[in-house]
Design a protein around this ligand. Sequence first.
Ligand SMILES: [Mg+2]
Length: 238
Amino acid sequence: MDHHSGWLDVDGIIFDAVGTLIRPTPSVAEAYSAAALRQGVVLSTEETRRRFQIHFASDGIHADRGLLSTDETTEKRRWREIVAGVLPEISNPDRAFDELWDHFGRPESWRAFPDVAPALRALESMGVQVCIGSNFDTRLRSVVQGLPELEGFSESLVISSEIGYKKPHRSFFEAACAHLGLSPDRVACVGDDLENDVEGAVLAGLSGVYLDRSGRGECEFPWVSSLAALVQARYHRA
Ligand SMILES: [Mg+2]
């Protein structure tokens, strides 16, 4: 399959969830700062954001079956460590963890991007099979169920903590292709993370399409600036 145009003819698309279909609203940093404030600790969202980026990036080190393996217990432990790392000043880190864990498991803490519902409808009408493939944990199921834009997708979720490996591991993409009932060369993965969604997919034999909503698209892979642009490209494929 041609590296740059082959994705236009695929029969199935795996969409990443966070940053691609949905985003936390309020932001992650605002939610963490609010949790700190409930324990009397004042932290700016800028500071919380800076700390979160550091601690979020240092994941995977405790996975029991090797790098990129995961399960629900691993994810919960990882998030407990992230909360403690981002908010070291608070007196009750367990309480903050419980609050934030519940917060991000609720659909009202998330918004779908405006182009999501029209894009999913358009792809369905073109006969493209779609699933959501995410490194989020089982909480994504309740989030998706509560967002009207993603109605009908609660049975089309491939979640790393449930299948045992996270993106960009090849096993994750194999599981997602099996879910779609398609061979990897008939499937594209679309997402906002170059390493997890695009490079990993390509290494596993899929197409990878980078979603860069900033419009810069500085990469060697096919990219789009919106899901509307993705649909347009598919529609007008030669
Ligand atoms: Mg993402």
